[in-house]
Design a protein. Structure first.
Length: 222
């Protein structure tokens, strides 16, 4: 019996983690993938911009006594840009895979770790707890922002897939999808900035250890 109890305590300790290993893995992999995806957009808007680089390529070749037309230089510049967009597409596939993984986690998480359950709990606390309504309101806003973020990821994934296969399926070649994809990207950037600012402020106030909790799991309040 003495040999069984320590094992049971280890299991209980694992179950009381605030953030599950799967959620932590998803969080950090998503951070890497989203960052990589945004960097490809930034690169194609600046250093690998096809229109800007065509003149640079043409001038560089002329200095080597190689004459090319503007259209040829532009085609070469766009080839570089297309390679970056290809990398952006791969990041998009990874993001979709991670989103599916997150949905799977939601299905198999402990009840108290499910996002929808936490959102309902935050709303009920906001309605009932008069004296601590400010804290309850903050918790409700945070959970709602997470739900909004997941919705944006879903929209980004769907529109991104449509854009990736629009050459194979002409019906998917809808300009509005590209605009929605771009608009959601800006909203996700805004969420990331708000998220980082919130973590920074929380670490400086009364919620220290948020970052370390997302690394080691933290301890669930019971």
């Amino acid at each position: 019996m003495a040999l069984i109890e320590p094992a049971k305590q280890e299991i209980d300790s694992l179950q009381q983690k605030k953030y599950s290993p799967g959620l932590r893995l998803w969080h950090w992999l998503s951070a890497i993938v989203v960052t990589g995806s945004l960097l490809t957009v930034l690169a194609n808007s600046t250093i690998t911009n096809g229109r800007a680089n065509s003149a640079v390529i043409q001038k560089a070749l002329e200095e080597k006594n190689i004459s090319v037309s503007h259209d040829q230089a532009r085609a070469a510049a766009h080839e570089i840009s297309d390679k970056v967009w290809e990398l952006h597409t791969y990041f998009g596939y990874a993001l979709i895979a991670l989103f599916i993984f997150r949905l799977t986690l939601e299905l198999f998480h402990r009840v108290d770790q499910k996002l929808i359950r936490q959102l309902k709990s935050a709303y009920n606390q906001y309605k009932v707890q008069k004296q601590t309504r400010q804290n309850a309101k903050h918790n409700l806003v945070v959970k709602s922002l997470y739900l909004t973020f997941y919705t944006l990821l879903a929209i980004m994934g769907v529109t991104g897939l449509c854009m990736a296969f629009e050459d194979d399926v002409p019906a998917l070649k809808i300009h509005a999808l590209r605009e929605i994809h771009s608009f959601c990207m800006y909203l996700i950037i805004a969420f990331i900035l708000v998220h980082l600012a919130g973590v920074f402020l929380a670490e400086r106030k009364d919620n220290k250890g948020i970052v370390s909790d997302m690394i080691n799991g933290g301890t669930s309040a019971e």
